[in-house]
Write a protein that binds this ligand. Structure first.
Ligand SMILES: Cc1ncc(COP(=O)(O)O)c(C=O)c1O
Length: 435
């Protein structure tokens, strides 16, 4: 990967120095947080462009400000590319990030108190899927399904049972910490059976779906949200997709004149946001075009191959994984079932030990975690960023061995020093953001 990634801050010495320090961190450590990636030089350039300067409240052809002819073209380009990449009927590219995208969807189709069914946050759902500390949990009535305690996987028959009993108005799939394939079709069929909306939050796996290495929720799912900065490798931001027409209008909104697409658009603006971030929308357009290239398909396949290779190495090191492996880009280490730890609440300490060794991950809850969320018993890690650097199965095996060593020698910080050296060497072999 070429380009400096440093931006071009010239006069503010403080910010310049800090960006340079962060560049060095990103270059010399292994970025294994599964929601992170290295955006391309073009994506970063669009993000840092003068498009930042333009106010464009409204939508193409219907703006509240003058001077938007070029801006309209940019937004239309992003919309067309988004629809084409995913095979969607309608795309809104203005959403600032994943959390507000989900809020916009709820706002468009639900009334406060309406019932949503989603994955338990402690089993891999996102905060916006009904956490009691989040707007979602405070505003709507959530019923949660979980993963099976024995397999760590979703069990559609149990999910159907809960849905038939609870009759939610919206059924959500798509997660933050679930390492297995999602059967979007089964979720949609269940929603159809119950006269509920189906919604898929594909924030984590959008890049895999775009490349065809994970089954797609398109074209059947009613509403799809995604962030653009994870496996899709774009700028910070989000998009919302939906069908043009609301198959449930008669049931829920017989007087409504707006199409489903219009409801989404007006929930984003003026419902929730003000002016769109046009620099970010341009960067989304860039990332969407990159994701259409044949190299991106190879990239996404390699993410999955790498995650599998890493999971196998970890397992061979007697490290326990939730669901015993992975089908996608992420892995969840269960420290409670890993013999050398076997105690609850060690996620943060292990994540810190890994960071000392130059391996950047995040502490995460595991399903049925006896420890509280701020002191969880798992580690979440993934391969999108390392794959962008060009690493393959061979490097995943090396990294898996290093992670194993850090975990098994956790009580002996001296062991981490030689791993830090190995990490530095590996990073030098796979440079990122060098001119
Ligand atoms: C499934 C899912 N939805 C939504 C979000 C929220 O995205 P953002 O952090 O951009 O608000 C995330 C972020 O981690 C996520 O994993």
């Amino acid at each position: 990967m070429n380009g400096m990634g440093e931006g071009d801050v010239k006069r503010d010495e403080d910010v310049k120095r800090l960006i340079a320090a962060e560049l060095q961190r990103q270059q010399t450590t292994l970025q294994m947080i599964p929601s992170e990636n290295y955006a391309s030089e073009d994506v970063l350039a669009a993000c840092g462009s003068l498009l930042n300067n333009k106010y464009a409240e409204g939508y193409p052809g219907k703006r509240y400000y003058q001077g938007n002819a070029v801006i309209d073209e940019i937004e239309l380009l992003a919309i067309e590319r988004a629809k084409k990449l995913f095979g969607a009927e309608h795309a809104n590219v203005q959403s600032h990030s994943g959390a507000p995208a989900n809020l916009a969807v709820y706002h468009a189709f639900l009334n406060p108190g309406d019932k949503i069914m989603a994955l338990n946050i402690a089993h891999g759902g996102h905060l916006t899927h009904g956490s009691p500390v989040n707007f979602s949990g405070k505003t709507y009535t959530f019923v949660h399904y979980g993963v099976d305690q024995r397999t760590g996987m979703l069990d559609m028959s149990k999910i159907r049972e809960i849905a038939r009993r609870e009759k939610p108005k919206l059924i959500m799939s798509g997660f933050t910490a679930y390492p297995r394939t999602i059967d979007f079709k089964a979720f949609h069929q269940l929603a159809e059976e119950l006269g509920a909306y189906s919604m898929a939050d594909i924030s984590h796996i959008a890049g895999l779906i775009a490349a065809g290495v994970h089954p797609s929720p398109f074209p059947f799912t009613d509403i799809v949200t995604t962030t653009t900065h994870k496996t899709l490798r774009g700028p910070r931001g989000a998009m919302i997709f939906c069908k043009e027409n609301d198959r449930l209008r008669e049931k829920y909104r017989p007087q409504e004149k707006k199409t489903m697409a219009q409801l989404i658009d007006s929930a984003v603006f003026p419902g929730l946001q003000g002016g769109p971030h046009m620099h970010s929308i341009a960067a989304k357009a860039v990332a969407l075009q990159e994701a259409m290239r044949p190299e991106f398909k190879k990239y996404a396949q390699q993410i999955v191959n790498n995650a599998r290779a890493l999971a196998e190495t970890l397992r061979s090191q007697e490290i326990s994984l939730v669901s015993d492996g992975t089908d996608n880009h992420l892995i969840l280490i269960d420290l409670l079932k890993t013999n050398s730890i076997s105690k609850p609440g060690f996620g943060k300490q292990i994540a810190m030990a890994l960071e000392e060794a130059g391996i950047v991950t995040n502490a995460n809850g595991i399903p049925f975690d006896p420890a509280p969320p701020f002191k969880p018993s798992g580690i979440r890690l993934g391969t999108p960023a390392l794959t962008t650097r060009g690493m393959k199965e061979k490097e995943m095996k090396e990294i898996g061995m290093m992670i194993g060593e850090v975990i098994h020698t956790f009580d002996n910080p001296a062991c981490r020093e030689h791993i830090r050296e190995k990490v530095k060497q590996l990073c030098q072999q796979f440079p990122v953001y060098v001119g």
